[in-house]
Design a protein around this ligand. Structure first.
Ligand code: KIV
Length: 286
């Protein structure tokens, strides 16, 4: 099955079909979300928190994103791959943004790139789009500005801020963005923006009337019981089963019940005439 393109995603909005986006950071998770039929996979700079264990996304580098982009691309067969431009790889100038976006495509195998910000990012979006690289915008809570925003909080609750967000959304569309992520904004505002734009909106904490939804894979799988923001629904609770499975392994190694003969190899047997298979053949090893 061919990978979804920007045209396929725009077609989903036109035919009022909801778009699904999930983050992934490695080939294993990419294969799982791709098999589940997700439309778009995002290598988010949330990798800084989810995988690298930082408190925020600010220390993620372009090389980190390229590495994780390449890993995820290998696991995909049908989903569209978007990779985030991390903090300070596009804010300095439009030329810097284009160079960084080019590396995400050439080296990170991204089909499109995502960047945060409205009016301040318009010149960068134009230049990247002119170079033939599709861009996803990101408005509302923009985690790379966490220090300026004073924390991770709902944005654009007041009229003036809501108007500014609408202006930014229209400016990003005008600049050539093909899609827009809306993070933690009031649901009625997200619905208004969605109605005003011809490009699809993808919401996270932005209510049900966006054209699509995005969640971080570890959140929707319930892999971290310490983290449960209001906008997340856990579609599984995998933290305990994973810990239990690993505990089972630890116990089995310690009490000697693993490995058994079934998991072990003997010496090579002399070949019998007519013998076909060589026992101990494996298809993957590290
Ligand atoms: O970095 C990320 O994972 C994101 C999504 C939460 C939208 O930007």
């Amino acid at each position: 099955m061919p990978r979804k393109t920007v045209l396929d995603l725009q077609e989903l909005k036109a035919s009022r079909q909801k778009i699904t986006m999930v983050t992934a950071y490695d080939a294993t998770m990419a294969r799982l979300v791709d098999t589940a039929g997700v439309d778009m996979v995002l290598v988010g700079d949330s990798v800084g928190m989810v995988i690298q264990g930082h408190e925020d996304t600010l220390s993620v580098t372009l090389d980190d994103m390229i590495y994780h982009g390449r890993c995820v691309a290998r696991g995909l067969t049908q989903a569209h791959l978007t990779v985030d431009l991390p903090f300070m790889t596009y804010q300095v100038s439009a030329a810097q943004a284009l160079e960084s976006a080019g590396r995400l495509v050439k080296e990170g195998r991204a089909q499109s790139v995502k960047l945060e910000g409205g009016a301040r990012s318009v010149a960068a979006v134009q230049l990247i789009v002119d170079a033939g690289i599709p861009v996803v915008g990101h408005l509302g809570l923009t985690p790379q500005s966490v220090n300026a925003m004073g924390g991770y909080r709902v944005q654009a609750r007041e009229d003036a801020a809501a108007e500014a967000l609408m202006t930014d959304a229209l400016a990003l569309q005008e600049a050539g963005a093909f899609c827009l992520v809306l993070e933690m904004v009031p649901a009625p505002l997200a619905a208004e923006v969605t109605a005003a734009l011809s490009i699809p909106t993808i919401g996270i904490g932005a209510g049900p009337r966006c054209d699509g939804q995005v969640l971080v894979c570890n959140d929707l799988l319930g892999l971290d019981s310490r983290f449960k923001p209001r906008f997340v629904r856990r579609f599984a609770e995998l933290e305990s089963p994973v810990i239990d499975a690993i505990r089972g392994y630890v116990d089995a190694v310690q009490d000697g019940s693993f490995p058994t003969r079934e998991h072990s190899f003997g010496p090579r047997k002399a070949k019998q005439p007519g013998a076909v298979a060589q026992s101990g053949t494996i298809t993957r090893l590290y």
